[in-house]
Design a protein around this ligand. Structure first.
Ligand code: ATP
Ligand code: MG
Length: 392
C-alpha cells in the first residue's frame, strides 16, 4: 500500500504570521531536507502537508526521521493511503496496522470526515472498521476512554488516510520566519542547544567559532564543525566562521589582570562577532549558550560587562535552564556525544584560577583600554575563514 506522511502544523503556531508564507517556508525546507532521501511529492491542504515518497520501495523511515526535524510541524502521521471506500478501508486498514495492533490489548477507532460527501458518517466508519479489526485480531478489546492504540481514519480529498497514534514533530515555527542570528559556537554542550532553540523559533542560524592554535588542536576545530553539521539536521545549512584568536588571547594574558581575563576575552569575542555580522550583513542578533550562574563568567555582573561591549542584542536561550535540562536537549538533538569529546577549547586553555565573579564595568573597561587591541581585532576579522556546512 502507498504510504503518505501527513505533517500537521495546527493553527496555534500561525498566530501573527502569514499562513501561506509560513506554509511555503515549510515546503521549501522539506524539499531541501528530503532531496537526498529519494523522490517524493509534497502538497498542502487543510493545515496539513502531505509528503508522498515515490518510486519503488522508498525509505519511508528515512523520510519520517528527516521530517521529524523540520520546525513548524507539530505532529506526523505516517498513514496508509486507501481508496475512499468503506469496504476497502475495512479490508486494508487492519493489515496496514497489523504490527501495532498485534502488540496492543485495547484500541479504539476515530474517524474524521473532512470530505463531507463520503457516504458513511463517522460513527458508521468507526463501528465497521472496529468490527473488522476485532475479526482480524480477536485478542483485542475496545476501550473508548483509555485505549492503548487509537486507529484514526481521515477521509480527505484524495484518499482515506489510516494511521495509529501520531508521533511528535519538532514543533516551533519554520526556519526563516524570524530573522538571522550569529551563534557563538564552542565545542561544549550548551551552545549547540542554544542554536537549536533559536532555529526552533524560526531564526536562521550562522555560527562563529574562536580557535587558538596551537593551544587548541585541529581535532578541537573538527569537533566544532561536527557539531555545526549535526545542527544542520534542524537548522539547515550553517555558515561557519572560524576566527584565529590565539594572538588576542596571548595579548590579554600578558597585558591585563588575570582575574578579568575571561570577561575581557568574551568582550573581544563579541566585538569580533559583531564586525563579522556587519560584514556578512542582515544578521540581527548574537546568541550564546550561557546559563545564569553556571560558571564565574556567567553571573549577571559578568553578563552586564559583556553586553556593554555589544551593539547588537545578545540572546541566551539557555539562560534559565539547569545543566541537566540542557543535557537532555543535547541528547535529543544528537549533539551530546560529540560535545563531551575531550578536546581543549580556547577558553579553557587560558582560564584564570580565580576569575572575578563580580567585575565592575568601570574596571573592565579600564583594563581593556590599557592596551590597544584594535589592530589585532581587525587582523582577526580579516583572517577569519568561512565555510558553508551543508545539511547533506
Ligand atoms: P558551552 O557548553 O556552550 O561551551 P560553557 O558552559 O562551556 O558553554 P563557556 O565556555 O563559558 O560556557 O562559554 C559560554 C558561551 O560562550 C558558549 O555557550 C558559547 O556561546 C560562547 N563560547 C565560548 N567559547 C567559545 C569559542 N571558542 N568560540 C565561540 N563561542 C564560544
Ligand atoms: Mg565552553
Amino acid at each position: 500500500m502507498k504510504e503518505i506522511i501527513l505533517c500537521k502544523y495546527g493553527e496555534i503556531a500561525l498566530k501573527g504570521l502569514n499562513k501561506s508564507t509560513f506554509e511555503s517556508m515549510m515546503v521549501k525546507t522539506i524539499k531541501r531536507r528530503l532531496a537526498s532521501a529519494g523522490e517524493f511529492r509534497v502538497t498542502k491542504s487543510q493545515s496539513t502537508l502531505y509528503v508522498e515518497p515515490l518510486g519503488e520501495n522508498p525509505d519511508v523511515d528515512e523520510f519520517e526521521t528527516r521530517l521529524s526535524k523540520v520546525f513548524g510541524i507539530v505532529k506526523l502521521c505516517r498513514s496508509g493511503a486507501i481508496e475512499k471506500d468503506l469496504k476497502a478501508i475495512c479490508e486494508q486498514a487492519p493489515e496496514y496496522l497489523a504490527e501495532v495492533l498485534e502488540g496492543a490489548r485495547t484500541f479504539k477507532v476515530n474517524a474524521r470526515r473532512a470530505d463531507k460527501k463520503f457516504p458513511q458518517k463517522s460513527p458508521e466508519i468507526c463501528s465497521e472498521l472496529g468490527g473488522a479489526i476485532l475479526d482480524r485480531f480477536p485478542h483485542l478489546e475496545v476501550d473508548v476512554h483509555d485505549p492503548e492504540v487509537t486507529v484514526t481514519v481521515e477521509v480527505r480529498e484524495d484518499y482515506a488516510y489510516v494511521h495509529s497514534d501520531p508521533v511528535d514533530g519538532a514543533g516551533g515555527i519554520p526556519v526563516g520566519s524570524s530573522g538571522r542570528a550569529m551563534l557563538l559556537l564552542s565545542g561544549g554542550i550548551d551552545s549547540p542547544v542554544a542554536g537549536y532553540m533559536m532555529a526552533r523559533r524560526g531564526a536562521v542560524v550562522e555560527a562563529i567559532h574562536f580557535e587558538a592554535p596551537p593551544y587548541t588542536s585541529d581535532r578541537a576545530r573538527m569537533k566544532v564543525e561536527t557539531l555545526a553539521k549535526l545542527m544542520t539536521a534542524y537548522c539547515g545549512d550553517v555558515k561557519f566562521f572560524c576566527v584565529p584568536f590565539t594572538e588576542i588571547q596571548e595579548l590579554l594574558r600578558d597585558n591585563c589582570p588575570e582575574e578579568l581575563f575571561t570577561i575581557l576575552m568574551r568582550r573581544l569575542m563579541m566585538e569580533i562577532a559583531q564586525r563579522i555580522c556587519e560584514k556578512d550583513g542582515d544578521i540581527q542578533a548574537l546568541v550564546t549558550g550561557e546559563s545564569l550562574g553556571q560558571v564565574a563568567s556567567q553571573t549577571m555582573y559578568a553578563m552586564v560587562c559583556t553586553d556593554a561591549a555589544c551593539r547588537m542584542p545578545v540572546f541566551r536561550p539557555c539562560i534559565g535552564m539547569d545543566k541537566s535540562e540542557i543535557v537532555e536537549i543535547a541528547r535529543k538533538i544528537g549533539t551530546f556525544e560529540t560535545s563531551i569529546l575531550p578536546y581543549e577549547d580556547c577558553c579553557t586553555v587560558f582560564t584564570p584560577k580565580h576569575p572575578k565573579t563580580r567585575p565592575s564595568l568601570a574596571e573592565v573597561e579600564k583594563a581593556q583600554a590599557s592596551f590597544d587591541f584594535e589592530p589585532y581585532i581587525q587582523k582577526a576579522v580579516e583572517n577569519t575563514s568561512v565555510t558553508l556546512i551543508k545539511n547533506r
